[in-house]
Design a protein around this ligand. Structure first.
Ligand code: AHR
Length: 547
């Protein structure tokens, strides 16, 4: 055991010294240096005492936006819907994924939302013009409907307060309506709507992207921080068990990035539990120079963002000598760069317009695997994360009148939801790298760096005695061998070995051709303390093992 530990120490020191070994580990930005050849090595063990990661890391997002709710999950009159108007195929797909938590009702939508419009008898609910997406909102789906739907798909709700056009009184009324048992104005209103028991929503977002010029009711960091603190303080009186998430920067290119987070936290640190991060990525000139190899490294940009926001949260903790350590909620992440022009954002006053309907291809699926690896690697600080979104709007699932389609990004997400359980294994990866260049890229994406061809993490489920290794092979041309060495645990059987791969990075699924990008099985290798996995070129792979 002593020897094994010192080998790991040697590897990480060697990696830092740039001694020709590419080394990565959990909970730090992976650092790599060049090593020759296509064979990589990963040493996995149980050295650090570590808690299980929070499954809320694999959440998703459902916003009143475009066809996400209306015709996505709620479509009364469609033969595919149940008596409540819920699309049964969407329920089947989302339930089948076992998504642990879903954020609702927005997004930008929440900053103009009057939650009262969406509760009570449907015939009395007003139709309003929704201003975030310039769409007609009938309010036929509201908070209680979402709670019913969340139950149907087996997920936990993550609700948002309106801190844009909304005031603290209506925010507090909302949490009283949802979480207080009975005997008060708002709790009794809920009961009169047929919901005798409180919904007991634990996780709440204190607004959405309040630094954004596009946001209704945008505030300065100090104004927002004070408003968030006030609402948080009152919310805890209504329900002492809530976990409250302050709005962090909307993305890394905001001119106020990091300073916003610091100022907000300086105002409300004592009253909040987490801070949000959002970011969308893309294979476009500004972010990747249109180069797939740079695009597939963007999970490392996400990782840097996590480390930067962590540093700010810890700075404020230090300033206040607070015993409390904040966690991070990466509650909007995805690839989104094609359906982003005006026509994709403006609903033109229509009901359920086609907005943000991004079509996902193989390379998006691969990077999604990379994002999930990053979230797992940083799971000591990231407690909640939401793939944005879940149905129709920048989503893994797409409906039409007749059915539902799994887009490419569904597959790595499903893989991780199925196989990632327990805690992160300690891992040291030695791997060849390739250079990426900063020239011409947006400053927050510009890097001169060496990127490892392989991005590998592993989970260990002590209860079920299972290990899962998740590997992204960024090599666009070559298969790569990954030699695994397990210290402390010995795999006895390969239970599953699956991959998302293909020859055409731009391939995508359609209703007519739904199987262009799917998960396929790989030939199982022999399990053991030392075993080798062949990772196809352009792939995201899981090896699931009994130990
Ligand atoms: O997810 C789509 C939109 O992106 C959300 O409404 C907003 O929060 C973000 O800018």
């Amino acid at each position: 055991m002593k020897n094994k530990t010192s080998r790991r120490r040697f590897l990480s020191q060697a990696g830092l010294a740039g001694a020709g070994i590419a080394a990565s580990s959990v909970f730090a930005l992976p650092s790599y240096s060049q090593t020759a050849g296509r064979s990589a090595k990963a040493t996995l063990g149980l050295v650090a005492p570590r808690a299980d990661f929070n499954r809320r890391l694999f959440g998703a997002f459902l916003e009143h936006l475009g066809r996400s709710i209306y015709t996505g999950v709620y479509d009364p009159g469609n033969p595919l819907s149940d008596e409540r108007g819920f699309r049964k195929d969407a329920i089947r797909e989302v339930a089948g994924l076992h998504v642990p938590i879903i954020r609702y009702p927005g997004g930008n939508f929440v900053s103009g939302y009057n939650w009262l419009d969406g509760v009570g008898p449907k015939k009395d609910r007003p139709t309003v013009l929704e201003r975030a997406w310039n769409s007609l909102e009938t309010n036929q789906f509201g908070t209680n409907d979402f709670m019913d739907w969340a139950k149907a798909v087996g997920t936990e709700p993550l609700l948002g307060f309106n801190l844009g056009t909304g005031n603290s009184e209506m925010a507090i009324a909302y949490i009283e309506y949802c979480n207080f048992a009975k005997g008060t104005k708002w709790s009794d209103l809920r009961r009169s709507h047929g919901y005798e028991q409180p919904h007991k929503v634990k996780y709440w977002c204190l607004g959405n992207e309040m630094d954004g010029p596009w946001q209704m009711g945008r505030l300065t960091a100090r104004e927002y921080g004070r408003k968030a603190r006030d609402i948080a303080q009152q919310a805890r009186i209504i329900d002492a068990d809530v976990q409250l998430i302050a709005c962090g920067s909307s993305n890394t290119i905001m001119p106020t990035y990091l300073n916003w987070d610091r100022e907000v936290l300086e105002e409300c640190y004592d009253q909040v539990d987490g801070i949000s991060l959002h970011n969308y990525f893309g294979n476009e000139p500004a972010l990747s120079g249109g180069k797939s190899e740079r695009f597939l490294a963007q999970n490392l940009d996400m990782e840097r963002q996590i480390l930067e926001i962590t540093a700010v949260a810890d700075l404020v903790q230090g300033i206040y000598r607070s015993p409390k350590r904040l966690w991070l909620s990466f509650d909007e992440w995805n690839v989104w760069y094609r359906a982003r022009s005006r026509e994709h954002l403006d609903g033109k006053g229509q009901f359920a317009p086609h907005l943000l309907e991004e079509v996902y291809n193989l390379e998006d699926a691969l990077l999604t695997g990379g994002f999930l690896n990053t979230l797992m690697r940083q799971s000591e600080r990231v407690r909640v994360a939401c793939l944005a979104q879940i149905v129709n709007v920048i989503a893994p699932l797409v409906t039409n009148e007749k059915g539902i389609l799994r887009q490419s990004i569904y597959f790595p997400y499903a893989m991780v939801l199925k196989y990632a359980h327990g805690r992160m294994l300690d891992i040291q990866v030695e791997c060849e790298t390739y250079p990426i260049r900063a020239a011409g890229l947006r400053p927050d994406f510009a890097r001169n760096e060496n990127v490892p061809f392989l991005d590998v993490v592993a989970t260990y489920d002590a209860k079920e005695k299972r290990v899962s290794v998740f590997a992204l092979n960024r090599d666009l041309a070559n298969d790569r061998d990954l030699a695994l060495t397990f210290e402390d645990i010995t795999p006895s059987k390969v239970l599953a070995c699956e991959t998302v791969t293909g020859t055409d990075l731009k391939a995508f699924n359609t209703f007519e051709s739904p199987n262009k990008v799917v998960t396929t099985k790989l030939d199982a290798m022999k399990a053991g303390a030392k075993m080798t996995v062949k990772l196809p070129a352009r792939s995201y792979t899981v090896v699931h093992l009994a130990v």
